[in-house]
Design a protein around this ligand. Structure first.
Ligand SMILES: [Zn+2]
Length: 293
């Protein structure tokens, strides 16, 4: 292991204060009492004074950092360190340990994850309703701003036909369909939004949240839930693989606002990853399958 070799550089040089403590060393005892009375490291004024003095000294060229101008080409220590670390990788065991430590820290509330544990105040609209006038204003604003991808738009006739066919197919026993490959294939398009379909989507996305790249196993530990299947255009009826992706619970809550942005985000991601096609204004372009007529 690279780091073990690196430690050999210091072999034979023991720290001067090794093993010294209050009970066996006068020096340590005196030092401890002095620190109790006035610890310069706990005195903010004294710290900033020191920092400023050192900054000045660097500026005036009175002191130089020890490693200024040193590279592995002109310094043997740096050269050895660099060579020892070449190709160094954490072992799988080590990675597991680090992951475990982090999860424990989160559990013990010693580390905060962004967005978790932050209380969201209850909506001031809780139990109230907008007036008709306000509703109209909100709707018009949404239309003008193109907030929702599909508001005020419609599918092309071709897309509608496909959706209708898929709906009809949904009623049939999917396992009797000639295209059914034992839960492996997505074809033909519409499977019902059931356990099976959700699993296929998560499988396709490698059991990883497409927004924050959290693995399902980690998401389960963090949030107590598997990844969820998100409808990219927020329309539950559009249950196609082109319109669904795996996200963790946290991200699923986050993508509920700023919907237009997130539709674009996931569509361009899926287009890049799997070659799906979408129109410029966010419509899903389904490829007509020969099997569906
Ligand atoms: Zn996520």
């Amino acid at each position: 292991m690279g780091f073990d070799k690196g430690n050999n550089l210091r072999k034979g040089k023991e720290p001067w204060n090794k093993g010294k403590n209050k009970s066996n060393s006068d020096w340590a005892k005196r030092n401890s009492e002095r620190m109790k009375l006035n610890n310069p490291m706990k005195n903010r004024d004294s710290i900033s004074k020191r920092v400023n003095t050192i900054k000045e000294m660097y500026k005036n060229g009175e002191i130089k950092s020890w490693n200024q101008g040193l590279t592995k080409e002109n310094n043997n220590v740096l050269k050895t360190l660099s060579e020892n670390r070449k190709g160094f990788k954490f072992s799988e065991d080590c990675k597991k340990k680090m992951s475990k430590t982090r999860l424990n820290l989160i559990k013990e509330n010693k580390v905060k994850i962004f967005g978790k544990g932050i209380e969201i105040p209850k909506s001031y609209m809780l139990g109230k309703h907008h007036s008709k006038k306000t509703k109209d204003i909100i709707k018009n604003k949404a239309l003008n701003r193109d907030m929702r991808t599909f508001l005020g738009k419609s599918h092309t006739q071709e897309s509608k036909n496909i959706i209708s066919l898929k709906a009809k197919d949904r009623l049939k026993d999917k396992t009797k369909n000639p295209m059914w490959k034992g839960g492996i294939s997505f074809e033909p398009y519409p499977l019902t939004f059931d356990k099976e379909f959700k699993k296929l989507i998560r499988e396709r996305d490698n059991f990883t949240c497409l927004k924050c790249n959290t693995f399902e196993a980690d998401a389960k530990k963090l949030y107590g839930k598997n990844l969820t299947t998100h409808h990219i255009d927020y329309i539950k009826e559009n249950t196609f693989k082109e319109n669904c992706c795996a996200v963790c619970v946290r991200c699923n809550a986050e993508v509920n606002s700023n919907r237009h942005h997130w539709t674009k985000f996931f569509q361009s991601l899926l287009a890049e990853k799997y070659g799906y096609k979408y129109s410029e204004n966010g419509e899903i372009i389904l490829e007509v399958n020969n099997e569906i007529k």
